[in-house]
Design a protein around this ligand. Structure first.
Ligand code: GLC
Length: 441
């Protein structure tokens, strides 16, 4: 094992220990409730990365391109328009949309970075990609800019963008999985996932993200962590996904849910947009989705007057789960206009945009004070629950090979959901595949 690997695994371990120490009702200072980065430890993995000069933003001019996944909420178009109104015509931002799938967004960015292309000056980077992108030296080290700013943001999102002791971008939006329900079919959200599934089978079903991609890893880990499972061993060198009962039980619970009609068979092909459209037909009782779905449900004819949202329930025999999602604005090391890029990043994290993102698009703010803003509280009656969910959410494993770890999870869970392998085999294979991924760095 290389020294680098040992150091990285120590960082993962420290994060896990910290999270384990966070009680349910307590806000986790410092580590932000397991907010993802786990990267305050210096590992040396990013040595030689370009460092941003904050003064570059002062007289920024020209064009800047912002790349993100499909703008289903419309917030990116809104933000770009506002930016251009404020800074145009000398400084102009343009939006490039990638597909809705998180895995595809990553592929699109990687292709550009491998070609050393400056196509995306600013990229909306999922919280799970920091370690990988930073260790490839694809991002500007933003520490000199963030040093003064980081106190403005909630700890958990800052943690997700910290790696190797440096800050690689600025928080953009946070995320935590919520349980939406149709109030014509569900009067009160049950206390456990088991009851959710039982009542779902009787009243229309639950939709979630069951396709073979990052979204399924999220949905699985929420249940798996709630059931008491751990993806990696304490020293981070092994996977423990098939150890104990949690892994097999959760895969079986999800697969049985499809067999018993709690969830439609088609859920094995659903990403966020498909699970949302299905719920918006008004046929389904429940939907697991992110906060962005709230604003869109309010505009959907068949659910706008009869839906509500709640925090996720407990897993019977375990407790509450919850994983931290969200995005950070990062600047490509190949940007030809880093000054303009920084100006845009600064704008995305500003109180003005954070407030609009929350009040108009129901995106979870990364600044604490926005949750207490009167207009935001009015637009998001569940703002307090949301903030708590974000503060208490756990991170997905922090590793430069996280995408391979996730793939090992979602491929095997998806195959079990589709009836192509047993829950026992899915857990065992996921464990073996994660260990293969860990051995590659
Ligand atoms: C959301 C989350 C992100 C997650 C993705 C999975 O965009 O913010 O963290 O990886 O969904 O589909």
């Amino acid at each position: 094992m290389t020294k680098r690997l040992i150091l990285m695994l120590c960082a993962v371990l420290l994060c896990g220990v910290f999270v384990a120490a966070c009680g349910e009702d307590m806000e986790c200072g410092g580590g932000g409730g397991g907010g993802g980065g786990g990267g305050t430890e210096e590992t040396g993995a990013t040595e030689g990365a370009k460092v941003i000069d904050p003064s570059l933003a002062e007289n920024a001019k020209g064009e800047v391109t912002y790349c993100q996944g499909k703008d289903t909420s419309g917030n990116a178009h809104y933000m770009i328009d506002e930016f251009n109104k404020k800074h145009g015509p000398d400084l102009k931002a343009k939006l490039v949309e990638f597909p809705a799938s998180a895995d595809e967004q990553r592929n699109q960015f990687i292709q550009r970075q491998q070609a050393k292309s400056g196509d995306c000056d600013v990229f909306s980077s999922d919280v799970i990609w920091t370690a990988e992108f930073a260790s490839q030296k694809w991002l500007y080290d933003m520490t000199p800019y963030m040093e003064d700013k980081k106190a403005d943001f909630i700890e958990a999102p800052i943690e997700t963008i910290t790696y190797d002791g440096k800050i690689w971008g600025s928080p953009e939006s946070s995320d935590a999985g919520l349980l939406y329900y149709n109030t014509d079919k569900v009067k009160e959200v049950p206390a456990t996932w088991q009851e959710v599934y039982t009542t779902a089978a009787e009243s229309g079903g639950i939709t979630y993200q069951g396709a073979a991609y990052e979204g399924l890893t999220c949905d699985f880990l929420e249940l798996f962590f709630a059931a008491g499972g751990e993806v990696l061993s304490e020293d981070g060198t092994k996977s423990t996904i098939a150890e104990g009962d949690a892994g097999v039980n959760v895969v079986k619970f999800m697969a049985d849910g499809i067999k018993n009609g709690s969830a439609p068979k088609a859920v094995t092909t659903y990403m966020e947009p498909e699970s949302l459209s299905a719920f918006q037909t008004g046929k389904y009782a429940y939907m697991r989705n992110w906060p962005y779905a709230y604003a869109l449900n309010q505009k959907a004819k068949r659910v706008k007057d009869n839906f509500d949202v709640a925090p996720q329930p407990e897993f019977e025999g375990g407790g509450k789960g919850g994983i931290l999602g969200g995005h950070n604005s990062v600047i490509s090391a190949y940007s030809k206009n880093p000054g303009a890029a920084l100006k845009l990043v600064d704008f995305i994290g500003s109180p003005e945009i954070q407030k609009a993102y929350a009040a108009q698009f129901s995106l979870a703010p990364v600044r604490a004070e926005i949750y207490d803003d009167a207009a935001v509280k009015k637009a998001l009656p569940f703002a307090a629950d949301l903030r708590q969910a974000i503060t208490q959410a756990r991170s997905r494993p922090v590793s430069p090979v996280y995408p391979q770890i996730s793939q090992a999870i979602y491929k095997n869970v998806n195959a079990a959901l589709a009836g192509q392998q047993t829950p026992e085999d899915a857990a065992k294979k996921a464990q073996a595949d994660i260990e293969k991924a860990l051995a590659t760095f």
